[in-house]
Design a protein around this ligand. Structure first.
Ligand code: SAM
Length: 341
């Protein structure tokens, strides 16, 4: 970072490419000089007695709205999941406000003081990333403010579930946000089985080290539906991988999942009984490349040709002889490669 002092005692900071967020490359932010007096705060435009729920970036630091910055600048106090993380975000925009910790572990003890503050003042609620209350602390505070007759105003912005839903190319409505699948396998499988007949596009959050297991359970519970694994959205290594669940599973068998993930899965079609009802849409979803990747993976695992061809023909809605011809072509190419080694 390079800095120089500008008008009003403020430092202009050039953020270089090595910063984690690629969106911040070359963008200048104003940080107050540590010892310089803060510029006078203009009268707050916020309404006393209001909890402002403020969305913050899920990766790319440019994804913060002008309104979010104004509310954060004017709120009496900012309630944050991780005060250090939020202090950094505010610092990048030259904002210095009192921060109070509000997180899963201390929300019961932290809420009363925030509610008292709201009797006459304003509180801005932020989480580490995205929209507070969506798989984040905040829902309980919002419930308490509403129950106490207080005002809640949302400052909308980034959210990983919606970004992934849109990027997936699957039907965006209706959709069902399922949050994080249970970590207990039995419980997770039961809950996924409950979702098998739902017609909505399903959206899940998942940690990278559980992506593989969850894809296995999704495939077993829902059948081989079109899906998308959306990772590192808005960041440098953003990737949206689309295909049937089996293809995603094959891919992540070969490539370790890294970063933050949202999994999006097609809803049940027809009577919701599973994969066979999806043959039409699957055939549209499996490209020639994906079909060849699935055949090659099965071949490498030593699976029997007849069973693989029959299964993929049913799942994709393609003619058996077409899938068989692809298998033969891939087999011949493999034999040529083997002979050359
Ligand atoms: N409140 C956040 C929101 O509005 O999206 C979600 C917070 S939740 C604790 C964190 C999870 O959201 C991650 O484990 C991942 O599943 C998802 N997530 C957050 N940022 C993401 C990103 N940039 N790309 C993909 N998934 C992301």
């Amino acid at each position: 970072m390079a800095s120089r002092v500008g008008p009003g005692g403020r430092r202009s900071v050039q953020v270089k490419r090595r910063d984690r967020s690629f969106g911040s490359a070359g963008v200048s932010f104003a940080l107050p000089e540590p010892d310089a007096p803060q510029p006078p705060v203009s009268p707050s435009t916020l309404r006393p007695g209001t909890l402002y729920v403020v969305a913050t970036p899920i990766g790319n630091l440019e994804d913060i709205s002008l309104r979010a910055l104004r509310v954060l600048r004017e709120a009496d106090v900012v309630a944050a999941e991780d005060t250090r993380h939020t202090r950094t975000l505010l610092g990048r925009h030259g904002i210095v406000r009192p921060l109070v910790s509000y997180r899963e572990q201390n929300k019961a003890s932290s809420a009363p003081a925030l509610l008292r503050r709201l009797e006459t003042g304003t509180v801005a609620l932020v989480s580490d990333a995205g929209m507070p209350a969506i798989a984040d602390p905040g829902a309980e505070l919002i419930r308490q403010v509403v129950a106490a007759g207080g005002r809640v105003e949302v400052v909308p912005g980034p959210n990983a579930a919606l970004a992934a839903l849109v990027a997936s190319g699957l039907p965006p409505a209706p959709f069902l946000f399922a949050g994080f699948p249970s970590r207990q396998r039995g419980d997770r499988r039961r809950r996924l089985a409950d979702l098998a007949a739902r017609p909505e596009t399903l959206v899940f959050y998942e940690a990278p080290h559980r992506v593989h297991e969850t894809l296995e359970d999704l495939l077993a519970a829902l059948g081989d539906r079109p899906a998308a694994a959306c990772r590192e959205l808005t960041k440098l290594h953003e990737e949206v991988r689309r295909g049937p669940l089996s293809a995603l599973l094959d891919y992540f068998n070969a490539t370790a999942p890294r970063g933050e993930f949202v999994l999006v899965v097609h809803g049940a079609e027809g009577d919701g009984a599973g994969a066979t009802h999806l043959a039409g849409s699957l055939s549209a979803a499996i490209s020639d490349e994906e079909m060849d990747a699935l055949l090659s993976a099965a071949m490498a695992r030593g699976e029997r040709m007849r069973a693989v061809v029959a299964d993929l023909a049913t799942r994709s809605g393609r003619a058996r002889r077409e899938v068989y011809a692809r298998w033969q072509t891939l087999r011949a190419a493999q034999e040529t490669r083997d002979a050359g080694e």
